[in-house]
Design a protein around this ligand. Structure first.
Ligand code: ZN
Length: 442
């Protein structure tokens, strides 16, 4: 059954990036069947179900290139001990306890709630990085079932680390990578690694060999804090990117998250190996780790995408944060106007293409039917030429009304259709205090 989303402002993005006032998008099955003027498509697809989008803008669904679903239940929790003074203490006192404290049902609920947030924010594709050492085996299957139920696309991996924890993360990744194989365009798999400073050469080599055997990339935090860089220099005489490159972890399917503390030579390696970097500005500010040299990375030809790092699931907010952060950090009001939207709209699309093997992030005939439809009455003319101004200063605060992924309507009139938020949140409120108690005892 075809559906005609009509009478909206269609912004196709992609190479052509057309803006079509009083436009329509027709979807059929999992694909976009046609894009154009509303009256034209009414004539061509008279039997399609019509959904009125007047007062709305129709965009391709957004992509989040780095998320941590498992962080959900930390919200509102009091962290035991003195406040963390630095990034390593944040990991030791908070995140390395959260991941150990979550059990089977917590993993499911922790994924379902951010998946609902993704739907609410028009995010249709997510690349997640998961850790749950007390329930490692099969944890990626739990995430997969949550993602399939929600109806989104996700690339999943388990965070391998040599810190003293239970669970065989390497085996969990390998099992899941084999299970997913080349993927079905909805679920993809990667080899997940924590970071250089928690991984031996031997562990990284084992992970890289499995990743290569199955043609998947490595998803790893790199030089998020200066401590990661200093550790690599001290122990191995190399900065993290160079170390990881020598161990074979770079490559066009790999994701190096953060890269806050990288030098010129490392940027060169990232560019030459086509390794993608993912920038998470809100998280970097929250952890006070520093500012990613975003403009320099982009000038060097590094593909830089955008993620939330588990802070939330709002990609437009991340984009605005990147825009503001790099203006301030560079003390230059001329920069980041193009770069910040490029991360979200262009570079995340390329990163997703490499992971899922399907062309996302564009409304065009034959493309996957992934849409974000937002309430928006432009207060000034909106054209191809000034779309970015509307995006940065208007659409960032617009409400998402309808979200479509793989041709399935996941939210309509702001009602999430695939998951029962009230029930899931209520159950999470029941289990979170128990998780907090286990965490206090760690
Ligand atoms: Zn992260």
């Amino acid at each position: 059954m075809a559906i005609r989303f009509e009478n909206g402002i269609v912004v196709t993005l992609g190479q052509e990036n057309r803006v079509i006032w009083n436009g329509s998008v027709v979807i059929e099955g999992e694909k976009i069947a046609a894009v154009g003027g509303s009256s034209d498509l009414q004539h061509r697809f008279p039997k399609a179900e019509a959904i009125d989008c007047s007062g709305k803008i129709i965009l391709p669904g957004f992509i989040c290139a780095h998320h941590h679903f498992y962080s959900t239940m930390a919200r509102g929790m009091s962290v035991p001990g003195e406040p963390a003074e630095n990034f390593v203490q944040i990991l030791e006192r908070l995140w390395w306890k959260v991941d150990r404290a979550i059990l089977e049902e917590d993993i499911l609920l922790s994924a379902q709630l951010p998946l609902i947030d993704c739907i609410r924010n028009g995010v249709t594709t997510v690349i997640d990085h998961h850790a749950s050492p007390s329930m490692c085996d099969g944890s990626l299957d739990i995430l997969e079932s949550a993602v399939r139920q929600a109806g989104l696309r996700a690339s999943l991996c388990y965070e391998v680390s040599d810190r003293n924890i239970k669970g065989d993360g390497i085996a969990e990744n390998e099992r899941f990578i084999k299970k997913i194989g080349q993927g079905d365009g909805q679920i993809a798999a990667m080899m997940g690694l924590h970071a250089s400073f928690t991984l031996s050469d031997e562990t990284i080599e084992t992970c890289v060999s499995i990743a290569r055997e199955h043609s998947v990339g490595c998803h790893i935090h790199v030089a998020e804090d200066l401590a990661d860089r200093e550790d690599a220099l001290q122990k191995y005489g190399l900065p993290p990117v160079e170390r990881l490159h020598r161990l074979g972890a770079t490559g066009e399917k790999s994701l190096f998250i953060h890269c806050v503390h990288v030098d010129e030579r490392e940027m060169q390696i990232l560019a030459e190996t086509q390794t993608a970097v993912v920038h998470n500005p809100e998280s970097n500010m929250n952890n006070a780790v520093g500012v990613t040299p975003l403009l320099k990375l982009m000038q060097k030809g590094v593909l830089v995408g955008l993620g939330t790092d588990g802070m939330n699931s709002d990609m437009l907010a991340q984009m605005r944060c990147a825009y503001l952060l790099h203006r301030l950090a560079n003390r230059d009001p001329r920069v980041a106007f193009r770069e910040a939207p490029t991360l979200l709209l262009e570079n995340n699309r390329e990163i997703a293409r490499r992971q899922f093997g399907v062309p996302l992030g564009e409304i065009a005939e034959g493309y996957p039917a992934d849409l974000a439809i937002l309430d928006y009455h432009p207060p000034t003319p909106l054209t191809e030429a000034n779309f970015l101004g509307h995006l940065l200063f208007g659409l960032v605060d617009a409400n998402v009304d309808t979200t479509v992924c793989r041709g399935r309507i996941l939210m309509r009139n702001k009602q999430v259709l695939t998951l029962d938020e009230e029930r899931i949140a209520a159950r999470s409120r029941e289990l979170a205090p128990k998780m907090w108690e286990r965490l206090q005892a760690l």
